[in-house]
Design a binder for this molecule. Structure first.
Ligand code: GLU
Length: 261
């Protein structure tokens, strides 16, 4: 495994990867992700995992028919789902001898200089301890005015805060397509030099029923990260071995090149 150029990475995983349509956790996907991330850590890579799924898993665990539309409903579901998610991550990572720490963040934590510096200190200590930071938005307190709202943006902010060498957004399609990937002739875009209006226009469309992100929020995230000098990759999380390919310099999805200053 060649990991020399990627010493610290942020990996973002979404609700659709972590849950079945029923809202129950997708144990297979989660287990595969944990195994590969553990292996990367064993190879000396510092990994931070930005995970969605709190609301989705909460919906499943509470047996709700669909994702609540009101803020309090989403917040309550998130409190239930977040516990379950961390329980699963803790259990699965510990099978490979890895320790996880939970960071729940709101926009205010990042925008307030004192809170932000505390946050960065926590990240750095966790890396020093050899532990894996697992991050989600603090959904149970983040009301509409203060939310990032999607974990794609949050993952880019985290990548910037911890000075990551790369941001990897795992999703359920191969990357950015030049038009709706369902249309005949749609081509995967392998490299993006600059995120301009043309690239943004390729990314139209909404999210899934349990998560919130679509390609639009991923492009927005790529913009934040690349402008902070961080290469960003959107790759298919299935098979998860795509992550190994990426670490070996042969990415299978779309690479957004870091803006050089
Ligand atoms: N923080 C939300 C959750 O864990 C997810 C936001 C997103 O889907 O991007 O449910």
């Amino acid at each position: 495994m060649t990991t020399d150029h990627l010493k610290r990475i942020v990996v973002k995983v979404g609700t659709t990867t972590l849950t079945h349509k029923t809202g129950k956790t997708n144990i297979k996907h989660m287990g595969e992700l944990v195994k590969v991330l553990s292996d990367l850590m064993n190879a000396g890579v510092e990994v931070a995992l930005v995970t969605s799924g709190a609301i989705g898993v909460g919906v499943g665990k509470l047996g709700l028919k669909s994702r609540p539309t009101d803020t309090a409903g989403k917040q309550a579901a998130a409190t239930v789902g977040q516990c379950e998610l961390m329980f699963m991550y803790d259990k699965m990572f510990s099978e490979y001898g890895h320790i996880v720490g939970q960071l729940l963040i709101t926009r205010e934590d990042v925008e307030d200089p004192v809170r932000c510096s505390n946050l960065i200190n926590s990240f750095n200590k966790l890396f020093e301890f050899g532990a894996l930071p697992i991050i989600n938005e603090n959904d149970s307190v983040a009301v509409e005015e203060i939310v990032y709202g999607d974990n794609d943006s949050l993952s880019a902010i985290v990548a910037r805060l911890i000075g990551a060498d790369a941001l990897v957004i795992l999703t359920d399609i191969d990357g950015l397509y030049d038009r709706n990937p369902g249309e005949p002739g749609a081509q995967l875009v392998r490299e993006v030099e600059e995120i301009d209006a043309h690239i943004e226009a390729m990314a139209g469309g909404a999210g899934s029923s349990l998560g919130t992100g679509g390609m639009e929020t991923k492009i927005h995230a790529a913009k934040i990260a690349t402008e902070a000098g961080i290469d960003t990759y959107i790759i298919n999380g299935s098979p998860i071995e795509n992550l190994y390919e990426l670490m070996e310099g042969r990415h299978t999805g779309t690479r957004f090149k870091a803006v050089k200053r």
